[in-house]
Design a protein around this ligand. Sequence first.
Ligand code: PLP
Length: 426
Amino acid sequence: MKADISQDVWIERAQKVLPAGGFGNFDPNIVIREGRGARVWDENGKVYVDYLIGSGPMMLGHGNPEVLEAAQEQLGKGLTFFASNARGIELAEEICRAVACAEQVRFVSTGGEADMYAMRLARAHTGRDKILKFEGGYHGMSAEALMSLAPTRLENFPLAVPDSAGIPQSVRDHMLIAPFNDIDFLRGLIAEHAGEIAAVIVEPLQRLIPPAPGFLQALREETEKHGIVLVFDEVVTGFRLAYGGAQEHYGVTPDLCTLGKVIGGGFPLAAIAGKSGIMAHFDKAKVGEGGFTFQVGTLSGNPVAAVAGLKTMEVLSRPGSYERIRQNGETVMNALREHLSAAGIAHQIVGDPVLFDVVFTPDPVVDYRGFQRGDMDRLKRFNMLMREQGVLKPDSKFYISLALTEDDLALTQEAIAHTAKHLTES
Ligand SMILES: Cc1ncc(COP(=O)(O)O)c(C=O)c1O
């Protein structure tokens, strides 16, 4: 593919008008021009097999013809209305059919917003202030979510460490931080603060780290016992680990969940979904002035996003879709194991076949600190070598799409073989 303006020129232009030269999301030294299927092209025309997939939404790959057709049909009928619209209502209905905890749905535009409102709903519902989150858990960019998200300074639990400037001390005082997968610590912490905790918010599969056997069940038991709202952040796992998300995959039903990424089909759309008794706090007529959680958003329930999400979900729900995605992931996981082991490089493949990464450590990874003990410089070099070989991935993830072809997987396997061979060279 021919490029008109070289990538270097775009990078230079970006440096003038964008802080840190980019959108704040990803390495600003790559500017993506186009995506088709499981491949993307940069502004120099270099092609990559894409494991970034827009940070997760493009689970069918780029330019899926059915999604495009649905979105295009809607484009002709109107881009956004603010008012309720049939497509958004259909999407809410499908979420309620698919997701175990979902009796009602409220749409927002981003996953981070959904998480912020889920925590607020829990506070409104319980009349308590404290939120328990897990170290390293990602729940968007609200002040609460930025506590102990990616701390470089490790504090004693349950003290929270802010990961951003600009957050008042008072927020920190309302947070309790626990290590993921530590059932005993969790039980102790909840017992100590039971009457003060509004919500426990958790990524059921935290970044890449699967829940230990019994961990989510213990969370469910403890929160139920103490009237604490259990929130599963399913922004990543929703419609990805299974059609019904992590709650279907692991067989544990929370009180609320948050959804994003897949349900917008590549457009900005996210949701809070959950039990109607808690969702009622969005309805002043039901809960009165005192319990009302104020929530509006210009683009909430946007019809173009809704049809793209619905079509994406329909394709995923067809027989064989998840099996195929899992097979694609296993092919990549096996190649990583095989070639890194052959090169004598200590590593763990952490995650699930639909999303995972390599962590360069000899020890099993069960929590954030275990992940941090991995060799980050080696991971950076791994990502760089993979990119040189034509594989684009996030800093610490492979996101697997349905669009990967045998050619894409073969290219990925070759890139892994090459990278493993050259990884330890300086
Ligand atoms: C688990 C999780 N929650 C919430 C979010 C925030 O979603 P958004 O970027 O749409 O605000 C993300 C984003 O990657 C996420 O991974």
